[in-house]
Design a protein around this ligand. Structure first.
Ligand code: ZN
Length: 106
């Protein structure tokens, strides 16, 4: 049985068809908003930087542009990042980060 795309979309809207998370991920696999290149799903380290508060959140699922490296987070992940940033959680580990000043070094 062959169905047209509109028929499939109709069935999905009516709830007769369910899409797997993987399929949804594939469908919304966005092109990079900056350069239009293809982005791939990868786990990245999110750098939180607000009001001189810095921390990293490792293993964050993101779509990373193969061309320019721009990272895009799904709405769910973005919400979770905000939630994590507000929580005073015990970090998994603490690292020392060297800080350079462009104005002094260049
Ligand atoms: Zn890009």
């Amino acid at each position: 049985m062959t169905m047209s795309l509109t028929e499939i979309q109709d069935k999905i809207q009516k709830g007769e068809y369910r899409l797997s998370d993987h399929a949804i991920k594939r469908m919304i696999q966005m092109k990079c908003v900056f350069c239009g290149s293809k982005a791939e799903s990868r786990n990245v380290t999110f750098v939180y930087d607000f009001d001189s508060n810095y921390f990293f959140i490792e293993n964050v699922p993101a779509e990373v542009c193969g061309q320019c490296g721009e990272k895009t987070y799904s709405p769910t992940v973005s919400d979770e990042l905000i939630r994590l940033a507000k929580k005073k959680l015990k970090p998994a580990k603490t690292v020392q980060v060297p800080v350079f000043d462009y104005a002094i070094q260049v």
